[in-house]
Ligand binder design. Structure first.
Ligand code: UGA
Length: 493
């Protein structure tokens, strides 16, 4: 099959490379000449596992690059639109890039094409796409439109594409249905998984990727509803975490209990500082606007967004409680990206929290395995610096903060970390550790939805005056602690 993919951002580039991996002739198009030049040389502009390998496997063979929509459309059977759909000022998806591309496609249709929207778009976009193609001169009998939403996560986008939970194709005619089905056939008949050099993934649940064929509007709704549901799961568990924290329960144990119900599932039940990224914040808001236009008040989504924003504010309060005042305090921050395994900082909760800490007068030294170059473009204040590893970021700090769920941050050498910090306070916004382990390493450990863990040496047991004095002396060096007369020493929260 000859495929054109218009837009070579995260979704477009991964899709183009993976379509080539499935054996198709692919043209990847972008109007950014510099980006196309880089891709032609085999350089990948984003941090994505397996992408460099696949790009170089197919570049110059089944995969080529172009800046001309016309040329590419002319040479293809299927045209996928994967341009950006940013949030407009009103909260709706801004579809102007999709419309502009549709106009260009229309003028290049001379024989039959299936035009497929793959960007995240509101329901009924297929209808508008069809109208725009007609208005701009495409002959009605020379095209059909379809929806093929993607469910790729940054960081695992290539394996998400090649090993999907499901392929959704939204079609209103038989031609689009059979063309899209044959594009994905190597996955849906399982032949790709038997290839010797297939990108590997252990633990995939299916021998053949399931395919769901719907009408176009339903496919469009599936995309928005899926992202909104996942965001809701995260806000729900964060709300429960706040209760767990108040009553002294442990949210991780609660999650295990809830998540083992197969109707609920354990995934996306990780409490933390809230969701970010280029998808969930924008898509939840856009879906709420879609509902509003349908005269339905989707209050549930309003609450999902509110809980998400509040989660960041609550984390800041936690930092203040642990440190008392922030002015002049030095904080070692681990994580800048909106989640692990990516260099993407769009709508990153980590960045928002760092900005607030800097505003309150703290000095921040941050480390992230991939996102430092991008963070430097937006966070360049005097009291902001960057380190080459987690221990350098933590050196001489009043507290260490974990803000992104990189695997590397879950495997720190806590003894080593303890030896470089000024005060042993670890505030974990991603619950990467078991509290007892961190306390055993000598840290006061604050996390989400769990009690503060305190090293044994710092707990006053009330038995001996010597221990009491010793504990008080140790605790006096740690801000954010209080002792009421006759009571054990307590964190000040
Ligand atoms: C998300 C969806 O997961 C994809 O299925 C979808 O295709 C994509 O959006 C999109 O619409 O293009 P992505 O934004 O890459 O993918 O990231 P996720 O892995 O979903 O994480 C989103 C945010 O939620 C991150 O900030 C992450 O830290 C947070 N998160 C995730 C939690 O706070 N808790 C969790 O349990 C899971």
């Amino acid at each position: 099959m000859r495929i054109t993919v218009i837009g070579s951002g995260y979704v477009g580039l991964v899709s183009a490379v993976c379509f080539a991996e499935l054996g198709h002739e692919v043209l990847s198009v972008d109007n950014d000449h510099a980006k196309i030049a880089l891709l032609r040389e085999g350089q990948v502009p984003i941090h994505e596992r397996f992408l460099p390998e696949l790009l170089n496997r197919h570049r110059g063979k089944r995969l080529s690059f172009s800046t001309s929509v016309r040329e590419a459309v002319d040479q293809s059977d299927a045209v996928f639109i994967t341009v950006g759909t940013p949030q407009s000022e009103t909260g709706e998806a801004d579809l102007s890039f999709v419309e502009a591309v549709a106009r260009e496609i229309a003028s290049a249709i001379h024989d039959f094409k299936v035009v497929v929207e793959k960007s995240t778009v509101p329901v009924r976009t297929c209808e508008s796409l069809r109208k725009t193609l007609l208005l701009n001169g495409a002959r009605q009998d020379l095209f059909s439109v379809a929806s093929n939403p993607e469910f790729l996560r940054e960081g695992t986008a290539v394996t998400d594409f090649l090993y999907p939970d499901r392929v959704v194709i939204g079609v209103d005619d038989q031609v689009s249905a059979s063309l899209l089905s044959s594009i994905y056939r190597p996955l849906t008949d399982g032949s790709y998984y038997r290839q010797e050099n297939a990108i590997p993934l252990t633990g995939y649940a299916h021998a053949q990727a399931p395919i769901i064929v719907t009408d176009a509007k339903s496919a469009e709704l599936i995309k928005h509803a899926s992202n909104a549901f996942l965001a809701m799961k995260i806000s729900f568990i964060n709300a429960v975490a706040n209760i767990a924290e108040s009553v002294g329960a442990d949210i991780e144990q609660v999650c295990e209990g809830i998540g083992s119900d197969s109707r609920i599932g354990r995934k996306f039940l990780n409490a933390g500082i809230g969701y970010g990224g280029s998808c969930f914040p924008k898509d939840v808001q856009a879906f709420r606007m879609v509902a509003e236009q349908c005269n339905y008040e989707f209050g549930l989504l309003t609450e999902v967004m509110r809980v998400n924003t509040e989660q960041r504010t609550r984390f800041l309060r936690k930092v203040r409680n642990a440190l008392w005042t922030l002015r002049g305090k030095r904080l070692g921050v681990l994580g800048l990206a909106f989640k692990g395994d990516t260099d993407d900082i769009r709508e990153s909760a980590a960045l928002e929290i760092i900005s607030a800490l800097l505003k309150e007068g703290a000095c921040v030294c941050a480390y992230d395995p991939a996102a430092i170059p991008k963070a430097k473009e937006v966070l360049d204040e005097n009291n902001m610096s960057y380190a080459a590893d987690p221990y350098m970021a933590a050196a001489g700090c009043d507290a260490v903060l974990i803000l992104t769920e990189w695997k590397e941050f879950a495997q720190l050498d806590l003894e080593k970390l303890r030896s470089v910090v000024k005060h042993p306070i670890l505030i974990d916004g991603r619950n990467l550790y078991r509290p007892a382990d961190v306390a055993r390493a000598g840290f006061v450990y604050h996390s989400i939805g769990r009690s503060v863990a305190i090293p044994e040496s710092m707990i006053f047991d009330g038995k001996s005056e010597a221990t009491r004095r010793e504990s008080a002396i140790r605790l006096a060096t740690i801000p954010g602690w209080r002792q009421e007369s006759g009571q054990p020493l307590q964190p000040a929260s």
